[in-house]
Design a protein around this ligand. Structure first.
Ligand SMILES: Nc1ncnc2c1ncn2[C@@H]1O[C@H](COP(=O)(O)OP(=O)(O)OP(=O)(O)O)[C@@H](O)[C@H]1O
Length: 716
């Protein structure tokens, strides 16, 4: 294929980069008749591996069995038994019984995520408490739970369930629960020893999300507490991934053993770009059409790009190019975007099988990078890039940059092909570029604003956050910046020389939001505008509610002029939400007004959840109707450190850290020069931009935080 090395560079075995320590040992896959000579394990066709339904379900308990399709069940059982992990099932169970903490490494698609929880259940090791399996992303938690429920012939929400932010399917009967790591962290606030679980499985540990990193410490502590409390069931911990620095993890967990499940089910052919390509989007699109012209029907393609705007534009371009006469002989293309801001049901659309004569092309962020199996995917096109947010505590800004991914991420992306049949992976970068990539991604905890995490740790009863047992400790500057932010928001206070959670801080921790937004909501009753602030914060929690199709930007701006507020972007968002509700959430109305129906719908879903948290915390919800000054004042109670002052030279300087910044061109305030601007965030992409801004009156700022602003010497 043009642009890629021929003959293809084939990687016979993944996991060579795994760094096994003295404690590790391999659990080899038993060689069987279906082994190929290249080390790949092919699907077994051996019927003697069929179990019985009784065997799958463990033969107990009233389960909502459907028994709709025996052939389907039989086929699922065959698939389960063909997985590389199946021959080592019993050995693995022995290991799991022996050790309180175990690290399991196994190649992508070997069966770790779907099978190990089922093995535990089949062996009745979940009698006393259930199995909770964490995933870094909601789409993975939901789709895997669905698959496991299907394999166990039970309804989702029965024996097998899931819980992600804003959505769950669980019941008292749920024994195997797939959750996002953030949800388990929230559960730990009300139940620090996670007493309802006997097993916690931290999957995709190599990703080192901030929530998984904090869970390491929480779970270690919970294990100790449960061990030292008479009558308590021990908490067993399994840490899983395809690639990770096992020495580091093992030494953190008291040199716990590491077991390696060898083998992958289907081979994946790997192709690297022949030469370095700078336009990674163009390279990816060209590759898609090259594959499209030669691949058999219904061999679907998964493309990794970086962010929503880039993906939406690639989707539009591919749809357009697909109409070209020269492609008339090819299957019809069904092009689908996949990114975090899509509502859950739309994310799950990608899992639907294609119709005859159709080929699915999914253009995704790294949301599809780990854990999931998308039926039909035989080709992965990897741009080698992802959008990464990095927080700078000194300047207080987040830099959102497109960066090269790590090798571990590249292997995960590759692993999305070859899950149901042999696959192909096209890397839009050279082998040399791959070799130069970092082996693992930088842990999120080392590059994030820690205010939320520290608030949650305090809410869980962690006494001293500075001495918390982090697997990789964030810098003192990061921790201090977060503490300072929480103190100024009134979430923590000094008591007997230590920092403790205030009553308001306890309430802030209940909101699945950054503390500064939670603070603004809690201030709602004082200003009589909780209703409006909830709408604005819900819109801020969603991806952009505006559509700006390329080539039609002017039309979009004109159509939306009626919503634009001279007070700024927050009131503009409020006007859009109000109008969307008044238009009965009409899709066509959104289309005519260049508004994003999906993101607006998502924003209203978020709003519903926030209203529930308000009710739990006793926050009254009142509306100030047209008094939008109150709304901006209320927002400033949470965001008051995000203020910039106009300078004589016409530039803005942030009051907190004296950063030079400019209004983002998309802002409703762009072109004007208000003296003081309240911004939602600073994003550094070339210049430092203030995003989503409102005009503020300096007098309000003095009233909200007199000590802070006295030091800043603002002119009232
Ligand atoms: N939704 C699904 N539809 C079809 N097959 C599936 C689905 N989910 C899982 N499978 C099959 O089960 C296999 C094992 O999946 P599983 O997620 O357990 O592997 P894993 O070892 O955890 O991989 P990874 O490290 O990539 O998460 C897949 O390769 C695929 O063949």
């Amino acid at each position: 294929m043009a642009g890629f090395q021929e003959p293809p560079v084939k990687k016979a075995k993944i996991g060579n980069n795994v760094n096994l320590n003295a404690n590790s040992s391999h659990i080899p896959v038993q060689p069987g008749p279906s082994h190929s000579t290249n080390g790949h394990v092919k699907a077994r066709q051996d019927n003697s591996h069929y179990g019985t339904l009784k065997h799958i379900n463990g033969g107990r308990g009233p389960m909502q069995k459907t028994f709709r399709d025996t052939d389907n069940l039989r086929s699922l059982l065959t698939q389960r038994h063909a997985l590389p992990i199946f021959p080592v099932r019993n050995e693995l169970l022995q290991e799991l019984k022996k050790h309180q903490t175990l690290i399991i490494l196994g190649e992508t698609g070997s069966g770790k995520t779907t099978q190990i929880p089922q093995y535990i259940h089949e062996e009745r090791l979940d009698r006393k408490g259930g199995v909770c399996i964490t995933q870094p992303r909601r789409v993975a938690a939901i789709s895997i739970a669905k698959r496991v429920a299907e394999e166990m012939n039970t309804n989702l929400g029965g024996l097998v369930g899931y819980s992600v932010r804003f959505e769950e399917a669980v019941s008292p009967a749920t024994k195997l629960k797939y959750v996002t790591d953030g949800m388990l962290l929230r559960e730990a606030i009300s139940d620090p020893t996670l007493s309802r679980y006997s097993w916690v499985v931290l999957d995709e540990a190599h990703e080192r999300t901030i929530n998984t990193d904090v869970l390491f410490g929480i779970l270690k502590d919970a294990q100790k507490t449960r061990k030292s409390t008479p009558g308590q069931d021990p908490l067993r911990l399994i840490i899983m991934s395809a690639t990770m620095d096992v020495d580091h993890f093992s030494s953190y967990f008291a040199n716990c053993p590491v077991r390696y499940v060898e083998g992958r089910q289907y081979p994946i052919e790997m192709f690297y770009a022949k030469k370095q390509e700078d336009d990674y989007v163009m390279t990816a699109m060209t590759t898609v059409f090259q594959i499209h012209q030669k691949a058999p029907q219904q061999h679907d393609i998964l493309v990794f790009l970086t962010g929503q705007e880039e993906i939406d534009s690639a989707v539009a371009n591919i749809r357009q190019i697909a109409k070209d006469d020269s492609l008339a002989e090819c299957p019809r293309l069904k092009v689908l975007p996949l990114y975090a801001a899509l509502p859950a049901h739309q994310q799950l659309d990608v899992f639907r099988p294609t119709a005859p004569g159709e080929r699915k092309v999914i253009i995704s962020t790294n949301i599809a990078e780990t854990s999931i199996t998308i039926p039909g995917i035989r080709y992965v096109v990897d741009s080698g890039r992802a959008k990464v947010r990095t927080y700078h505590p000194g300047s207080g800004f987040d830099a959102l940059r497109v960066k090269k991914i790590s090798q571990a991420q590249a292997w995960q992306r590759m692993g999305r092909a070859g899950r149901e049949a042999p696959g192909n992976c096209y890397r839009g970068y050279t082998r040399q570029e791959f070799d130069a990539m970092d082996v693992n991604p930088t842990p999120e905890i080392l590059r994030s604003n820690l205010a939320s995490v520290i608030l949650q740790l305090l809410a869980m009863g962690v006494k001293n956050v500075l001495t918390f047992d982090f697997i990789d400790k964030p810098s003192a500057a990061h921790i201090e910046a977060a503490m300072a932010q929480l103190t100024s928001l009134g979430a923590v206070a000094v008591q007997a020389e230590s920092l403790v959670l205030t009553e308001a801080g306890g309430k802030m921790a209940q909101f699945p939001l950054e503390p500064r937004y939670a603070k603004a909501i809690l201030s709602g009753p004082e200003y009589g505008c909780t209703d409006e602030v909830l709408s604005i914060i819900s819109a801020l929690s969603s991806e952009s509610i505006f559509n700006n199709p390329s080539g039609r930007k002017d039309a979009a701006v004109n159509a939306r002029r009626k919503f634009t507020s001279v007070e700024g972007d927050h009131i503009t968002l409020l006007k859009v939400i109000r109008a969307f509700k008044a238009a009965k959430k009409n899709k066509m109305w959104c289309h005519e007004n260049f508004l994003n129906f999906r993101n607006l719908t998502y924003a209203l879903e978020v709003r519903k959840q926030l209203v529930q948290v308000c009710q739990r915390c006793g926050v009254t919800i009142t509306s100030c109707q047209q008094n939008t000054d109150s709304v901006r004042r209320c927002l400033a109670t949470g965001l008051y450190t995000n203020v910039a002052e106009l300078q004589l030279d016409g530039k803005y300087l942030t009051l907190d850290t004296k950063q030079e910044a400019v209004l983002h061109p998309s802002s409703a305030l762009w072109g004007g020069k208000p003296a003081y601007v309240l911004f939602t965030e600073l994003v550094h992409t070339g210049k430092t931009y203030m995003h989503l801004n409102s005009i503020v009156d300096p007098q309000w700022l003095y009233e909200i935080a007199p000590d802070y602003f006295r030091k800043k010497h603002i002119k009232t």
